[in-house]
Design a protein around this ligand. Structure first.
Ligand code: BYC
Length: 335
């Protein structure tokens, strides 16, 4: 009888310690939300909800993996660039993408994970990279199309992320966007040269545009109605604009650029809508999008095999660097 009474009492009155813990958590959550509300950046040592941390690790690591895997389709053309000038530009661009990956892995590490864990998760298929890097680069014009469209889409997405709520991610984005704008111009410059060239060069530019246009629109993710994370990420101001808003912005910016080149965007439904003040465009092939996102993209196996081999081949460099750093530390302590 006593036990029953005690149990009943317990169920109605939380233990003082539990209640104190709850109050403390509620205070922390309120403080976190107040910072989000007032546009104060969340910094690594600040309290944050587990789900916010988890979402950031997923998104920033996926972004880092995309930068690193994204070196492959373009790296494929460094030795075959048509002039020394183009070779130098492409080499610098690919090197920049590697740097972007490193800033982003560092930003992810401030959330309490390690680069090793993230890379292992990618290699074991537990993390993703952007769908766009699953497509092959068949001709030199693809390098133009990637710079123009893929970096162009990345800029639209990343300008928005410069205002993301997590400080280290927002700051990495500012620097990355500056570099991406050079990449976009490099690509558009290649397209201008080809579009103004011979009939064959023009045809090559049109063919690349035909193949890269729809995958570039897919970079922005699923429709807002199918986006699992948009609602929470918007509430936490990780995302400042939705997938569809950013995709529309990219289309509106890019159509006049294609007109300037005299090339045709491969979409019969594309037209200016004066009422909306935006271009209408056709429906993305969402079956293709999800197939690629789930690992069924044309180059997925090749991209992952190359990535894993590069990681293994670089093991001795990482080990040598770590040993050197340890020795330096020991020497400094001894001095
Ligand atoms: N590809 O709820 P959603 C570059 C996944 S690299 C693959 O809308 P979220 C460059 C998504 O992860 C720039 N997966 O997600 C480098 C989620 O899956 P899980 C790359 C995609 O996160 C070299 C599910 O679909 N940019 O510029 O709210 C050379 C549901 O989606 C994709 C970034 O990484 C996709 N396209 O929004 C040249 C930008 N889309 O984890 C250039 C940072 C969606 O629930 N990331 N998924 O299974 C973001 O802004 C956001 O993560 C996204 C997606 C807009 C991409």
């Amino acid at each position: 009888m006593y036990t029953v009474f005690w149990r009943l009492r317990m169920s109605n009155t939380p233990e003082p310690s539990e209640s104190a813990v709850d109050t403390h958590s509620a205070d922390l959550e309120r403080g976190f939300l107040a910072k989000i509300e007032s546009e104060t950046k969340i910094e690594p040592k600040d309290w944050m909800p587990d789900a916010y941390r988890k979402t950031l690790i997923r998104q920033i690591a996926q972004h880092a993996h995309s930068e690193v895997v994204g070196m492959q389709p373009e790296g494929n053309w460094i030795t075959r660039a048509p002039t020394l000038h183009r070779k130098i530009g492409l080499l610098a661009k690919v090197q920049d993408e590697c740097g972007h990956g490193l800033y982003l892995y560092s930003a992810t590490e401030t959330l309490g994970t390690t680069r090793e864990e993230l890379v292992t998760a990618l290699h074991e298929g537990r993390m993703k990279y952007s769908s766009i890097f699953n497509y092959p680069t068949l001709t030199w014009a693809d390098i133009g199309a990637i710079g123009w469209l893929v970096d162009g889409a990345a800029i639209v997405n990343q300008i928005s992320l410069c205002r993301t709520s997590y400080g280290p991610y927002a700051r990495a984005m500012v620097r990355i966007c500056k570099e991406e704008s050079f990449h976009q111009r490099q690509g558009y410059g290649i397209m201008v040269t080809l579009a103004e060239g011979t009939a064959d060069q023009r045809a090559m530019a049109q063919d690349a545009l035909n193949r890269w246009w729809w995958p570039s629109l897919m970079m922005f993710g699923p429709h807002d109605s199918d986006s699992a994370h948009t609602r929470s990420s918007t509430a936490w101001k990780i995302k400042r604009q939705s997938n569809d808003e950013l995709r529309q912005r990219f289309v509106d910016i890019t159509v006049p650029q294609a007109e300037h080149l005299g090339l045709n965007l491969p979409d019969p439904d594309l037209r200016w809508n004066a009422d909306r003040g935006h271009y209408d465009f056709g429906e993305i092939d969402w079956d293709e999008f999800w197939r690629v996102v789930k690992g069924g993209g044309p180059c997925h196996l090749q991209r992952m095999a190359t990535r894993k081999a590069a990681h293994e081949n670089g093991r001795w460099v990482r080990e040598a660097a770590a040993t050197y750093a340890q020795k330096q530390g020991a020497d400094q302590q001894a001095a």
